[in-house]
Design a protein around this ligand. Sequence first.
Ligand SMILES: Nc1nc2cc3nc(NCCc4ccc(C(=O)O)cc4)[nH]c3cc2c(=O)[nH]1
Length: 374
Amino acid sequence: MTAKPFSFRLIATDGAARRGEIETPHGLVRTPAFMPVGTQATVKAMYPDQVRALGSDVVLGNTYHLMLRPTAERVARLGGLHRFMNWPHTILTDSGGFQVMSLAQLRKLDETGVRFQSHIDGQKYHLTPERSIEIQGLLGSDIQMQLDECIGLPAPREEAQRAMELSLRWAERSRAQFEAMGGPAKGQGLYGIVQGGDVAELRIASARALADMPFEGYSVGGLAVGEPQDVMLKMLEITTPAMPVDKPRYLMGVGTPEDILESVTRGIDQFDCVMPTRAGRHGLAYTRYGKVNLKNARHADDPRPLDETSDCPAARDYSRAYLHHLVKAGEGLAAMLLTWNNLAYYQHLMQGMRDAIEAGTFQDFRAAVKADWV
Ligand SMILES: Nc1nc2cc3nc(NCCc4ccc(C(=O)O)cc4)[nH]c3cc2c(=O)[nH]1
């Protein structure tokens, strides 16, 4: 029995901003989409039902973390990642390369893949394009990523070119493994990842080479690695026009509300970032008025909620004084309420963008949102 094929349809555009819909074996993904990060099979400090109720259509899992613990084979024996984490909607997984380079010890990258030792117990691994796709298949991921090499910025042009060309060879190998495992017939999608550092012609060459391969979607990788925002946005202005117009575009690891607004303006459809969840665990609230750092003593006597106009209880029903108290006292409820608030804000922003693109009022929406940020 073959499942419905993975599909993307463009519903409306407003300038370079796009409103679309992806269909995967686990449901619809409304784009532009923000995808909460659930690295170790959980969106930290949130129940799955809560994440869903905020309007999240996709959560992220990660090959690097899950291959180490509890292992992809164990998750597969237990029915796959959807069953394991009780998330019956779409799951996107990263391929692990980025996390190996940022988390693992004793990393050695060569043509075959990357050898590393686990940051948990020092055990040795060899992650290849084929093994990464095998792991993502064992997890049952609906949207999978090729294995790639992401370099930091700034970088010498030769380094950006070497990593981009290696990533293209790994794209071919990842695609071959994905097809050998019957990914397309299961309705799953595999995304190619555009690399090329901050070098325009490398970005265009990477995008064009990947467009000639039959990927279901395309990621813009190699950004949000410490470069200034204007460099990231410039790379998008160069890269997205060279990407297929009829396939989803996913900007990996981005970002702040402003990053997302400006990247939707430049033709991006999917986003993931640890910021809203990580900030929530560190006492930082995202609100329609901008960021509020609840560690700051100025909130100690403030009876107002974070946002009385919000329909999220975390933003509406608790005073800043109380949230400040919870943060200072190190109470677990602080992370729960602030993560809830932050994801609610991000998903409310995404819904606003989706509606504005459909209505042809995206530029007005963008200006109004930014005007509210003090
Ligand atoms: N396969 C692959 N995955 C990626 C993940 C990324 N994630 C980022 N940026 C994350 C930025 C980031 C990191 C940490 C925090 C925080 O702690 O708040 C916030 C943002 N850039 C990324 C680039 C790639 C890439 O080329 N290839």
